[in-house]
Write a protein that binds this ligand. Structure first.
Ligand SMILES: *Cc1c(COP(=O)(O)O)cnc(C)c1O
Length: 255
C-alpha cells in the first residue's frame, strides 16, 4: 500500500465516524440527518487532502484564510477539471479582512463570517465588480450567499456581530443584517457562530438558537445555521445547526 492510500484510508475512517456522530445527534434531536451538512475544514492541510476528501464524497470544504484558500481552491479546480469532475463548494469561515473580499468572491460559494457593516459594503462591492467584469470564475449566477456571524457572548473582538443593543453601529447585529438585506450583491442565507471560550457549548448554542429564531422571523430566507465543530457538533445539532464545520476530527490535529 502506498503512503497515499494510507492517508486516504485514515480520512475515510475519520469521515465515517464524523458522519455517524452527525446522524446520531440528528436522530437524538428528532431531526433528519439529511438536514445537517458536513463542511470539512481543511485549513493547514494541502490540496491533495481536499482531492482525497472529494473522492470520498465530500462536497463542502471550509477554509479560514484567503492567503491559503485562494491558491488551494485553484489547485483543486485545476486537478478536478482535468478529470471532468465538479469542484467542491468552498466555504469561507474565518475572519475576513476587507482587502481580501475581491479574492474571496472568486472562489467562495458561501461566506460564513460577515460581521460588520463595513465588511458588508466591501464584500458587496467585490461581488458586484466580479459580476460586471469578465475576470471571475463562473459562479453560476450573480451575487454571493452569506451568513452573518454572531458573537454569542457579545464580545466582538473575536469576530461576530453583537445581538444585544449595546454595540457600536458597525457591529450591531440588526445593522449588519439590514445592510446585507439592502445590498445588491449579497444574499442573506442565515447565521454562523463559534461557541465562546469557556462557555458550555449547550448554553452557547441555546442562546444562538434564540437569536436565530428572532432573525428568521424578520428574514425568512435566513434559514441556515452554521454552528458546531469537532468538539461540540452534537450540541449544535441539538440546537438547530444546518451546517457543522469539522476540521481536526477528520484531518487530525493541526500542527
Ligand atoms: C478551524 C475551524 C473550524 C474547525 O475546527 P475543529 O475544531 O478542527 O473541528 C470550524 N470553524 C472555524 C471558524 C474554524 O476556523
Amino acid at each position: 500500500m502506498t503512503m497515499d492510500d494510507q492517508r486516504r484510508d485514515v480520512l475515510a475512517a475519520n469521515l465515517a465516524a464524523v458522519r455517524e456522530r452527525i446522524a446520531a445527534a440528528a436522530r437524538a434531536a428528532g431531526r433528519d440527518p439529511g438536514e445537517v451538512a458536513l463542511i470539512v475544514v481543511t485549513k493547514t492541510y494541502p490540496a491533495e487532502d481536499v482531492l482525497r476528501l472529494v473522492s470520498l464524497g465530500v462536497i463542502d470544504i471550509g477554509e479560514n484564510r484567503d492567503q491559503e484558500a485562494a491558491p488551494k481552491a485553484a489547485e483543486v479546480a485545476e486537478a478536478l477539471g482535468a478529470t471532468g469532475q465538479a469542484s467542491p463548494r468552498w466555504h469561507f469561515v474565518g475572519q475576513l479582512q476587507r482587502n481580501k473580499c475581491k479574492s474571496v468572491v472568486r472562489y467562495a460559494n458561501l461566506v460564513h463570517s460577515v460581521d460588520s457593516v463595513r465588511l458588508v459594503h466591501a464584500l458587496d462591492r467585490a461581488a458586484l465588480d466580479r459580476d460586471s467584469g469578465q475576470a471571475g470564475l463562473d459562479r453560476g449566477g450573480p451575487g454571493i450567499d452569506v451568513l452573518v456571524q454572531v458573537s454569542i457572548d457579545g464580545d466582538p473582538t473575536r469576530g461576530g456581530a453583537v445581538p444585544t443593543g449595546d454595540a457600536g453601529e458597525d457591529v450591531a447585529l440588526d445593522r449588519v443584517l439590514a445592510a446585507v438585506a439592502g445590498s445588491a450583491g449579497l444574499r442573506l442565507r442565515g447565521l454562523m457562530a463559534v461557541a465562546p471560550l469557556g462557555w458550555e457549548p449547550a448554553r452557547a448554542f441555546a442562546s444562538l438558537a434564540v437569536v436565530h429564531a428572532r432573525v428568521r422571523a424578520e428574514y425568512p430566507g435566513a434559514s441556515l445555521l452554521s454552528a458546531g465543530m469537532s468538539a461540540d457538533l452534537e450540541e449544535a445539532i441539538r440546537h438547530g445547526a444546518t451546517h457543522v464545520r469539522v476540521g481536526s476530527a477528520v484531518l487530525g490535529h493541526r500542527l
